[in-house]
Design a binder for this molecule. Structure first.
Ligand code: NDP
Length: 295
C-alpha cells in the first residue's frame, strides 16, 4: 500500500502562512487584493471563480472581478491588464486562461507587470523560472508539485525525476524548478520512444498528459513516488487523474490522489503568491495611499 500524499495537508500549511501574512498586511492598512480578469461567462470559469473567491476571502485576501464580454478586443483586454498593473490597490492579477480564440494570449499577457503576474503567465515570469532572474512568479502547478515533495521531506538533489508532459504550464517549467534543486530530469512526451522504459527508471514520476490512465502498472517501478497532475472526468462525471490510480497504488511507494492532490495545492500556491506580491509592494512603498497624497 502506498503512502497517500494528501494535498490537503500541504495546502493547509501554505494557507495558514498566507493568512498570517495577509492579517499582518491588513493591520498595516494594506490588505492584499486579488483581481480576477474573466472573459465571457463559461460555466467552468464561473465555478472556478467562486472557488477562488471563497478560498481567498477565507485567507484574508480581498477579491475584485473584472468581467469582460466575450467580444472584448485584444487592445481593451490589454488596457485592463495595464491599468491593474499600475493600480497600487491591486496586489496580484489572475487572468482566466485560455482566452477566446480571437485574442492573442501571448501578446495581451505582456501588458501585465511581472510583479503582479501571480500565475506566472508572462515572458518575464518564464525568464524567472528558466534563467533564475528573480522576475515574476513560477506557474502555480509546477510549484505545487515541488511544495508537495518538500512538505513530505522528499530529497530532490541527485534524484532521477521523469515528467510525462512537456507543456509550458506544467512540464517544462517543472523541469526547470527541479533542475534548480539538482534533480536529474527526463521530459517525456508523445514521441518518447520507450515511455515505460523511461518512467520506470525514475525515483519520482510526475504525470501531466491530460489523458486518464496514461500511466499504468507497466510504467512504474516498486517504491516510486508518483505525482499526478491530471484533471479528467470519467464517463460518470467523477474526477480522475492521468494515472490509473487503483492499478498503480499497490506497487508505488507514495502517490497523490485526484482529487485532493496537486490541484488542491495549486490553489493554495496561487493565494500565497498574491500575499507575496502585496508584501513586496509594501516593502517597496510602505506609505499608505492616503499618506502618499498628503506628502
Ligand atoms: P497539454 O495538453 O498542454 O500537454 C500535455 C502533454 O502531455 C504534452 O506534452 C503531450 O505530448 C503529453 N502527452 C499526452 N499524452 C501523452 C502520452 N500518451 N504519452 C506521453 N506524453 C503524452 O496539457 P497541460 O500540461 O495543460 O495539462 C496536463 C494535465 O494537467 C491535464 O489533465 C490538466 O487538466 C492538468 N492540469 C492540472 C492543473 C492542476 O492544478 N492540478 C493545472 C494545469 C493542468 P506532446 O507535447 O508530444 O503532444
Amino acid at each position: 500500500m502506498a503512502t497517500i500524499l494528501s494535498g490537503k495537508a500541504v495546502a493547509e500549511s501554505i494557507t495558514e502562512k498566507t493568512r498570517a501574512k495577509a492579517e499582518e498586511l491588513t493591520a498595516q492598512g494594506r490588505q492584499p487584493v486579488l483581481l480576477i480578469v474573466r472573459v465571457g461567462e463559461k460555466g467552468s470559469d464561473l465555478s472556478y471563480e467562486r472557488g477562488v473567491i471563497r478560498r481567498a476571502e477565507s485567507a484574508g485576501i480581498a477579491v475584485r472581478v473584472k468581467a469582460l464580454p466575450e467580444t472584448v478586443s485584444g487592445e481593451e483586454m490589454a488596457d485592463v491588464l495595464r491599468e491593474a498593473s499600475e493600480d497600487p490597490t491591486v496586489s496580484g492579477v489572475l487572468p482566466f486562461l485560455p482566452l477566446p480564440g480571437h485574442l492573442n494570449e501571448k501578446i495581451i499577457l505582456e501588458a501585465l507587470a511581472p510583479e503582479k503576474d501571480i500565475d506566472g503567465a508572462t515572458r518575464s515570469s518564464m525568464l524567472g523560472v528558466y534563467a533564475g532572474s528573480g522576475e515574476g512568479y513560477s506557474p502555480c502547478t509546477p510549484e505545487a508539485v515541488i511544495r508537495i515533495l518538500d512538505h513530505y521531506g522528499v530529497e530532490l538533489s541527485g534524484k532521477k525525476v521523469a515528467i510525462v508532459g512537456r507543456s509550458l504550464v506544467v512540464g517544462k517549467p517543472l523541469a526547470m524548478l527541479l533542475l534548480a534543486r539538482n534533480a536529474t530530469v527526463t521530459l517525456c512526451h508523445t514521441k518518447t520512444a520507450d515511455l515505460p522504459g523511461e518512467t520506470r527508471q525514475a525515483d519520482i514520476l510526475v504525470v501531466a498528459t491530460g489523458h486518464a490512465k496514461t500511466i499504468r502498472s507497466a510504467h512504474i517501478r516498486k517504491g516510486q513516488f508518483v505525482l499526478d497532475v491530471g484533471i479528467n472526468f470519467d464517463a460518470f462525471g467523477k474526477m480522475c487523474g492521468d494515472v490509473a490510480f487503483e492499478e498503480v497504488e499497490p506497487f508505488v511507494g507514495a502517490i497523490t490522489p485526484v482529487p485532493g492532490g496537486v490541484g488542491t495545492v495549486t490553489n493554495a500556491v496561487l493565494l500565497s503568491h498574491v500575499v507575496d506580491a502585496a508584501a513586496r509592494a509594501y516593502a517597496k512603498d510602505p506609505l499608505p495611499k492616503s499618506k502618499k497624497t498628503e506628502a
